[in-house]
Design a protein around this ligand. Structure first.
Ligand code: GH3
Ligand code: MG
Ligand code: MG
Ligand code: MG
Length: 305
């Protein structure tokens, strides 16, 4: 387990939830030197901070002035955004029934009060390590092995979520479909391994060309890529697409058997929610696909809206 490579560790983020200042102080003293500690004195405040701060672990008392700890744990588990945050109950109710209930609700541990700091620390370290390993595995499931870009699964989830936001906030959202030109000939000429390497270079250029953190570039499949651009109207998306086209052209990767250019090129199709009759992933994909087909027919190495 400890041999699994993990990304560098920021200071782990802990949310301490307890109504009593003395208890909060004790846990704060236990962790503050090498953890980032957020504190809540009620159940509602705990839920808010869990949303805003995305802690790596929650230390949760049962006795709270509003929602009890069981209820807070239940709500954290019910929300996809907080479901993966481990919950450790820290409580004076250390009887068998309470402990069984807490664990049944999905808590990873149940620690009695008064706390023994060294023991709480050791247990929390173990749960933080497990949490990080889970995060890494979840991330891997959404990454493409060849290029390191996000994969089709990530694309599908993100597009659906961003379309819901776009519908709710009445903001535009654009989709860019990208296809490498005459890539079969590239493979035929240079071999499949060189083709793989070319796809990695195209992917890196696309990633570098996406400037806003909310934009997503994915490997859609094969030699096709797709970008989700939240909050972007058609003119904005056309500008992004043209920048991506130019970035790949600027790699000047020789492609002598392409009649399009002497170097590797891409064609791009753009669709925006403002153009489609219904706000569904299918409608947006169909629009971007149709535009891509036009870009291909019109000579490739170009953007079509
Ligand atoms: P067009 O300009 O019409 O897109 O021509 P094309 O040759 O790119 O189109 P086509 O869809 O016929 O061929 C796509 C090629 O991409 C075929 C396939 O061998 C290649 N390809 C797809 N995925 C990979 C991959 O992971 N690695 C490599 N090396 N080649 C791939
Ligand atoms: Mg293709
Ligand atoms: Mg094709
Ligand atoms: Mg192609």
């Amino acid at each position: 387990m400890s041999s699994m490579p993990l990304p560098p560790l920021d200071r782990p983020r802990l949310l301490v939830v307890d109504e009593q200042p003395a208890n909060i102080q004790a846990l704060y003293r236990t962790f503050a030197s090498d953890h980032q500690v957020f504190m809540a004195t009620s159940g509602r405040q705990a839920l808010e901070l869990a949303q805003e701060r995305r802690p790596d672990l929650v230390l949760l008392d049962l006795d709270l002035p509003d929602l009890d700890g069981f209820e807070v744990c239940t709500r954290l588990q019910a929300d996809p955004a907080t479901r993966h945050i481990p919950v450790v109950f820290v409580t004076a109710h250390n009887d068998e029934a309470a402990e069984a209930r807490g664990l049944a609700l999905g808590a990873v541990d149940f620690i009695g009060k008064p706390i023994r700091p060294a023991i709480v620390r050791a247990r929390v370290q173990t749960h933080l390590l497990l949490k990080r390993q889970g995060d890494v595995l979840r991330d891997l499931a959404f990454l493409d092995g060849l290029t390191g870009l996000h994969n089709r699964r990530a694309f599908d989830e993100r597009l659906a979520a961003e379309l819901r936001h776009a519908a709710r906030d009445r903001t535009p959202l654009s989709l860019v479909m990208i296809d490498v030109d005459r890539f079969k000939r590239y493979n035929d000429h240079y071999g499949h391994l060189a083709g793989d390497d070319a796809l990695r270079q195209v992917a890196a250029a696309l990633r570098a060309g996406m400037l806003r953190p909310m934009d997503l570039v994915t490997r859609f499949g094969g030699e096709e890529f797709a970008c989700v651009l939240p909050g972007t109207d058609l003119p904005g998306a056309l500008a992004v697409a043209e920048r991506l086209r130019a970035a790949v052209a600027a790699l000047r990767m020789p492609h002598p058997t392409s009649e399009v250019q002497p170097h590797l090129s891409i064609s791009l199709g753009v669709a925006c929610t403002t153009q489609v009759p219904v706000l569904t992933p299918q409608a947006l994909l169909a629009g971007a696909d149709a535009a891509l087909y036009q870009a291909k027919s019109a000579g490739r190495d170009r953007v079509q809206g």
